[in-house]
Design a protein around this ligand. Structure first.
Ligand code: GCW
Length: 666
């Protein structure tokens, strides 16, 4: 008995220790959980257990049919007997339970009323490989220990599921979109089933990325042509096998005919023909296909136009259980992009957005970049109601805090929040996250410190834009790892559209990509009146100017500065902002959890050095074309262009994070 108790305590202690910061709830002093309308459900059991362990007071879970709450919605109200969580389904009860616990911990009113998610599918995409590496992962190795599964099931899987559920995430694609067909082998499906068993009580449906050539690669079929009946049969049998093991399996995510991945076009078929064939295999089981629109090839056509050109004509050709998954911007998860014009351009096709939570292009796990402002900016242009689901490329790995940089947990949290309510504001989300995650229990911050941290969070993504690629510049990263600046980068034999020059087009006349009607006419893919607004250099929003126009160096900006002067000022503003973040963080030291404080202080130092590196690299490089000096009110560079050019930022090394390289150079 004592031994059992010890094991139980140990189990929960482990959970508490490595859980994300916002999940560190107090243990209950005395809770009575009453369930009205109880049904047999592991999800309901989770809700009851969480409340029993962490809520202090009486709670009633009232399960009753209420169509307006749907499967996931809930209401939290104050009743004479304590708090009541009303829900239609166990899922709603679970989300209500977590909301209640969060309300209490954040110091918000417990009874926060009704809440119904905007999207039924709120999904994380893991780019995790079967060998334990994570593509664009900066938080250690994969959380999934494929080699030990299914026999050994790490307790961290449950922490993960619990954290996801606490912010409403209800599905996960376990493996990289650059998918190994092995994931569909009998051996791996057993492992997938073991993970699904852990996720089920938290309401998380497991999904897989599949390689379109799996029938050829796994079972030596002569073709993967989607119109070949033997291929369709293969997928049908595979789907049946999956659902035998994982009855609540969610579906497939597919990257086809993109960056060298196989796909239906290898056989002269369309994306729709490929997607529909898979959709029909999953349909009897209720599964879906998420078909990615991230496609581009080294054509003469502007890369920003290609996804639209390939997908828009297929509107209406997809089966109802296919959702086209589109990155928020038309290029690739840049610090700032205009929205992808495919959104809204396929009215007869369900679409979902793909955000990137992992900071491939925003300083990896080193830089502080709270991404909610980037995602709500997308929703400023794309009506949340016009899409059917929200997905995000996870920033999760096996690092102690799960996200490499503990502050990056805020992005996992914010992704969940915005998938639930895309109208939530970045400030609301940051306020709650800071209160839940950052402060010491024995030292509540005063308003000034809290406000300063709020401003730091809210400004952090804009700071990254400023010191990396202001005014609509994009993709001027070092080749491969995408960490540092290399606007000069040239890799013999590399595709033109993988090189910075393709995007910045600096010459003696000016800077930027002319996508106006007299250039590539990418603006033509946007609806009016936005199209006209973007088309003219005078009306194009400043933050997209160099995205859509090749602007003369001495063009007068609304500020009165020339384009060149404003470019210089923007880079410097980014550097100054990071210096400000360092000060705020030090000011907050007395109220921040000590380990968190020290960790983030170190990262901010790296970020500061990187910001200066970016400023110097870009301004010294572009000044060769502008023919103008860096204005005297901007601090002098602390690096020389030759020194920076001499550092080969990992051209041959795709996987290694750049900080070591940069640090070595300094
Ligand atoms: O952002 C780019 C990345 C690739 C990634 C690809 C994609 C998974 O550099 O690493 O591959 O996009 O989204 O498919």
């Amino acid at each position: 008995m004592t031994r059992l108790l010890f094991l139980v305590i140990l189990f929960f202690a482990t959970l508490a220790e490595a859980a994300p910061l916002w999940m560190d709830f107090d243990s209950s002093g005395g809770t009575r959980v009453t369930v009205k309308g109880r049904v047999k459900s592991p999800i309901l059991d989770t809700a009851v257990r969480e409340l029993a362990l962490h809520y202090d007071g009486d709670v009633t879970i009232d399960l009753k049919s209420d169509k307006s709450l749907g499967r996931d919605g809930f209401a939290i109200s104050e009743t004479p007997g304590g708090i009541t969580i009303t829900a239609s389904k166990p899922q709603g009860a679970l989300y209500g339970a977590y909301r209640l616990l969060r309300n209490v911990k954040a110091g918000y009113p417990a009874a926060s009323g009704r809440s119904v998610p905007a999207y039924g599918l709120r999904i994380l995409n893991h780019w995790d490989n079967l060998d334990g590496t994570v593509e664009r992962g900066y938080a250690g190795k994969s959380l999934w220990k494929w080699e030990e599964l299914p026999a050994t099931v790490s307790p961290r899987y449950e922490e993960y599921a619990r954290a996801c559920a606490s912010v409403g995430i209800n599905a996960a694609v376990l493996n990289n979109v650059n998918a190994s067909s092995r994931i569909l082998s009998a051996e791996y499906l057993e492992k997938v089933a073991a993970l699904a068993d852990v996720m089920r009580p938290y309401g998380i449906a497991v999904c897989l990325s599949v390689n379109f050539a799996s029938p050829v690669q796994l079972d030596s079929l002569p073709t993967a042509d989607p119109l070949d009946p033997a291929v369709a049969r293969w997928w049908k049998r595979k789907a049946d096998e999956i659902y035998r093991l994982v009855p609540d399996f969610g579906g497939f995510l597919v990257k086809a005919n993109s960056e060298g991945q196989p796909g239906p076009m290898d056989y002269g078929r369309t994306h729709a023909e490929g997607a529909n064939m898979l959709a029909r295999a999953l349909k009897p089981h209720g599964g879906i296909v998420m078909w990615r629109a991230f496609v581009y090839s080294p054509l003469d056509e502007d890369r920003a136009k290609q996804a639209y050109l390939e997908f828009q004509p297929l509107d209406g050709a997809f089966d109802p259980n296919v959702i086209v998954q589109i990155k928020n911007g038309p290029i690739d998860f840049q610090p700032r992009e205009p929205y992808s014009p495919l959104f809204g351009a396929m009215p007869s096709t369900p679409q979902m957005v793909e955000f990137q939570i992992t900071q491939e292009y925003l300083g990896h796990a080193n830089h502080l970049a709270y991404l909610a402002p980037m995602w709500t900016e997308f929703y400023d242009y794309v009506a949340p109601e016009s899409i059917v689901a929200s997905s995000g490329v996870a920033n999760i790995g096996d690092s102690e805090c799960l996200t490499g940089n503990p502050m990056a947990q805020a992005n996992w949290f914010a992704f969940g929040e915005l998938s639930w309510d895309p109208h939530a504001t970045p400030a609301e989300i940051a306020d709650e996250w800071l209160r839940l995650s950052v402060y010491r229990r024995d030292a509540a911050p005063d308003a000034a410190v809290h406000d300063a941290l709020m401003s730091m969070m809210l400004d952090s993504r804009e700071a990254v834009v400023d010191y990396m690629m202001p005014m609509g510049l994009h993709h001027i990263f070092a080749f491969g790892h995408h960490y540092g600046p290399e606007p000069w980068c040239d890799v013999p034999g590399a595709r033109a559209d993988w090189l910075p020059r393709y995007y910045h087009r600096a010459d003696s006349a000016g800077l930027g990509f002319d996508r106006s009607p007299s250039g590539s006419d990418a603006v033509g893919q946007y609806p009016e009146p936005l199209r006209s607004r973007l088309s003219s250099i005078e009306t194009c929003p400043e933050e997209f100017l160099l995205w859509f126009h090749h602007v003369p160096w001495d063009y007068t900006m609304p500020s009165g500065m020339t384009m060149w002067e404003q470019l210089c000022a923007s880079y410097q503003r980014g550097v100054d902002k990071v210096a400000g973040f360092q000060r705020v963080w030090d000011m907050a030291e007395p109220v921040v959890i000590p380990g968190l404080y020290a960790d983030v202080r170190g990262r901010l130092m790296t970020q500061m050095r990187d910001a200066e590196w970016w400023r110097d690299a870009c301004l010294l490089y572009f000044s060769q074309y502008s023919g103008r000096p860096i204005p005297l009110d901007i601090p002098r560079p602390v690096h020389t262009l030759d020194d920076m050019r001499a550092v080969n930022l990992g051209i041959t090394n795709f996987e290694s994070p750049a900080p070591q390289l940069l640090n070595k150079a300094r």
